[in-house]
Design a binder for this molecule. Structure first.
Ligand SMILES: [Fe+2]
Ligand SMILES: [Fe+2]
Length: 383
């Protein structure tokens, strides 16, 4: 319900009641409608390549298409036990869960091997389900960008991203359906964020919310999971998806860099507030309230402890911002309006990423399709 929504740039990002009292009310519905409030723009300026960086990205995207049915080896027999062993190791080696395990009144008191395995498996199902819903959000947002962005080079590129996102929805849905056993509806915080991104009438807000914030976080999360994963099909899937995502984030950075250079400080402040609210909602979503509910663990206690934890102990949560912060800096969003966003990122303990590599060009290193084609050609030439 709209009236339950936290306002943008809420005063206290750590307000526990606001976080815990948000829940998804229509989990049994198949469809969810959102007003998208925007003008569809025709442009009669068909000059291709007027924005060379976007044109280069578009040419790259046309050659980097892959097929989710045939380029991934779905015959691989997935053993969820192997994946959740990795999940459990990650959860219990650092961060809030490890700290809570060591407390006298731990919310995990009485947990034996069976309970830990269940937690790891549910967390995996939950995370893959949220990736799936986020991918659908990207599909709808990018279709909207095709309509609303005024530049033809950007419309062309966005059209390739629509295809990419359809493929991502398809492969995550297939993995969840055929290789795992468990599905979660969309997390309420993620749902509010996607709704707000789509509802906003300004074309750049779709990019800022999706390409910079949601996809910036996804790229970091996929990278983390890729390095940890030992299950070969999941590893393959993530490598191919990341290769597309790196382009998508670059698309956001390259487009908004030009547009934000012309905005006033007051207009930039609105973008800063939007970006920060998105960051807080993404942090809230990773608290996986639905998993605690399903397991019957004391959710309030877990959230309380997590919110009170010093930022440098939230290693995984912090790493999720390793792409977002440098990209916001590149767009001029950290220091506009008296450094408003810089201060907020300091408060949530993620400013240390500001000088990490931004994603404007990084996509060239992620190009899994080109790398695999070159390796296959080499093999053919050698035989
Ligand atoms: Fe995607
Ligand atoms: Fe994407």
């Amino acid at each position: 319900m709209a009236s339950d929504r936290p306002t943008l740039a809420r005063a206290d990002a750590n307000d526990l009641e606001r976080i815990i009292n948000v829940s998804n009310q229509d989990v049994d519905e198949v469809l969810h409608a959102v007003e998208d409030n925007a003008d569809a723009l025709f442009t009669w300026d068909y000059e291709k390549g007027a924005r060379p960086a976007l044109n280069k990205l578009y040419e790259k995207a046309k050659n980097a298409q892959w097929n989710g049915e045939t380029d991934l080896d779905w015959s691989i027999d997935v053993d969820p036990a192997r994946i959740f062993a990795m999940e459990l190791q990650t959860m219990t080696s650092a961060g809030p869960i490890k700290a809570m395990m060591e407390m006298d009144d731990s919310p995990f008191k009485g947990f034996g091997e069976k309970e830990w395995e269940k937690l790891a498996l549910e967390s995996l199902n939950w995370r893959m389900s949220q990736f799936l819903h986020g991918e659908q959000g990207a599909l709808l947002c990018t279709a909207k960008i095709v309509e609303t962005v005024p530049w033809v080079d950007a419309k062309y590129y966005a059209a390739t991203q629509v295809m990419d996102e359809a493929r991502h929805v398809e492969v995550f849905a297939k993995y969840l359906d055929t290789k795992l056993d468990g599905f979660y509806p969309i997390n309420a915080h993620l749902k509010m964020l996607l709704d707000d991104i789509i509802t906003d009438s300004r074309w750049d807000m779709t990019y800022l919310g999706m390409q910079i914030m949601v996809e910036g976080l996804a790229l970091a999360a996929f990278g983390f999971m890729y390095h940890m994963a030992q299950e070969p099909l999941l590893k393959q899937l993530l490598r191919y998806v990341m290769s597309d995502e790196a382009r998508h984030v670059a698309f956001g950075v390259l487009s908004l860099k030009e547009y934000y250079a012309e905005l006033t400080d007051a207009e930039l402040r609105e973008r800063q507030e939007f970006a920060f609210e998105a960051a807080v909602r993404m942090r809230d979503r990773f608290m996986q309230q639905e998993v605690w509910d399903r397991l019957g663990v004391d959710k309030r206690k877990i959230l309380e402890i997590s919110l009170a934890m010093p930022p440098d102990q939230m290693i995984f949560q912090q790493m999720l911002f390793s792409k977002i912060v440098p990209n916001c800096k590149k767009l001029g969003l950290l220091d506009a309006s008296g450094g408003w966003l810089r201060k907020r990122f300091e408060e949530i303990g993620v400013i240390q990423f500001e000088d990490w590599v931004d994603t404007g060009e990084e996509y060239l290193e992620f190009d899994a399709v080109a790398q695999d084609r070159a390796a296959a050609a080499k093999e053919t030439a050698a035989s």
